[in-house]
Ligand binder design. Structure first.
Ligand code: FMN
Ligand code: EPS
Length: 364
């Protein structure tokens, strides 16, 4: 399989470039009978689309999705679901100057080494515009998980540069352009982004994603562990440089008595594991954190080389996110939902008939 697909039973294949005609995906393996229409998908795309605030790229795309196949009389048929979004606001001339140049920290240099050719218009396929299709596919996974299993997958911006959130109020997340769950931090984030925009620079960020209501037992014991597949799915998002599950790297400084999540008949006493033990869901919240690097395309000049190896000074034009993390929450939610959906189908396939007497202490 090429690198354009993800998943084993619930599979997502995307196609398209940022400045091409359209982006699309094929979602295969969705069970039949799920009520699905374009509005179900659009609502998620509208959370990710560019140009919605002064703190993101000013490219204006409606990201209007069309369902091409796999749905009949309002319900999924079990056959491949084809989805399409047309690109409408490409401004390819902005990229003429980097045709033969490599932007430091973007994918230009490595794409040329791999393919010997690159669509330099807006980064081509390396542009995070591709993530629109992951959000569209994730909307289907989210809907199934929510309506059939009662699983909720949601996320928030947990840190923007030096500004870390201190409280999580889920109701606040849709109330500001940052997906920030701590209302008291929003003015600070606005001021920080305004100063950053003036400087012409970019900044990194951290996102947290949580799945609630996941039944215990999803995952595999080795190789395709649920945590490994989550790390794969989340790390496959552009600009992600780190993924932590549960306590993540902070477990390095924890003692066993502190880290272990003790069990009682009424539930676990903590969740340092992030809802996964031995590669298999425990029934607790599944918690992941993502570190996203600062945007590489900058109007500030930087040293690089051209395709002939000559030293140059590169300045990127075009419309760019000053902090890519600001739009990453819906993408991270989508990837978590796709991984969980895939493992749900795999678990059903192998273990549908398993009978045991173990109580589910997370559902009491
Ligand atoms: C939501 C989102 C928006 C992004 N917007 C931009 C952007 O406007 N300009 C840019 O240079 N990179 C942007 N990126 C990052 C690039 O897509 C990414 O750096 C590039 O694909 C190189 O891959 P890597 O950073 O994963 O190594 C964005 C990433 C995400 C997740
Ligand atoms: C268009 C979107 O974001 C783009 C992500 C991106 C990049 O390099 O990742 C670069 C910019 O656009 P272009 O591909 O035209 O250079 C962003 O505007 C989008 O998310 O829909």
């Amino acid at each position: 399989m090429s690198g354009n697909s993800f998943g084993k039973l619930f599979t997502v294949t995307t196609f398209g470039e940022s400045h091409g005609l359209a982006l699309g995906c094929i979602v295969d393996g969705c069970p039949p009978g799920l009520p699905l229409n374009e509005a179900d998908i659009q609502v998620e795309l509208d959370r990710r689309k560019p140009g919605q605030s002064r703190y993101t790229t000013q490219r204006r795309e409606a990201d209007a999705v069309k369902i091409l196949s796999g749905v009949f009389e309002g319900k999924t048929t079990g056959t491949p679901i084809g989805l399409l979004i047309e690109n409408t606001d490409q401004r390819s001339k902005d990229y003429a100057n980097i045709k033969d140049q490599f932007r430091p920290a973007h994918a230009d240099y490595t794409y040329m080494h791999k393919y010997g050719v690159r669509d330099y218009r807006g980064g081509g396929r390396s542009s995070a515009r591709e993530t629109a299709m992951r959000v569209a596919a994730g909307a289907i996974a989210k809907k199934y998980l929510r309506e059939v299993l009662g699983v909720q997958v949601r996320g928030y911006l947990s840190q923007l540069g030096p500004i870390a959130i201190e409280t999580v109020d889920w109701a606040q997340v849709p109330q500001n352009p940052f997906f920030c769950p701590d209302a008291s931090k929003v003015p600070e984030m606005e001021a920080y982004m305004q100063a950053l925009n003036k400087e012409g620079n970019s900044i990194g960020a951290k996102i947290t994603v949580v799945a609630n209501g996941v039944p215990p037992g999803l995952g595999e014991p080795v190789f395709d562990r649920l945590d490994a597949d989550l790390a794969h799915g989340l790390m496959s998002i552009n600009a992600v440089k780190g993924v932590e599950i549960g306590a993540g790297f902070s477990c390095v400084a924890q003692k066993g008595t502190e880290h272990r999540d003790e069990l009682t008949p009424d539930g676990f006493l903590s969740n340092h594991a992030g809802g996964i033990l031995g590669g298999i869901s425990s029934g607790q919240d599944i918690v992941a954190h993502l570190a996203l690097k600062p945007t590489s395309s900058l109007h500030l000049p930087g040293r690089s080389i051209d395709v002939h190896g000559n030293p140059i000074e590169v300045v990127t034009k075009g419309r760019h996110d000053p902090c890519v993390g600001i739009r990453a929450t819906p993408i991270a939610e989508a990837m978590m939902a796709i991984v969980l959906m895939d493992h749900l189908l795999r678990h059903r396939g192998q273990n549908a008939d398993v009978v045991h007497q173990i109580p589910d202490i997370t559902r009491r």
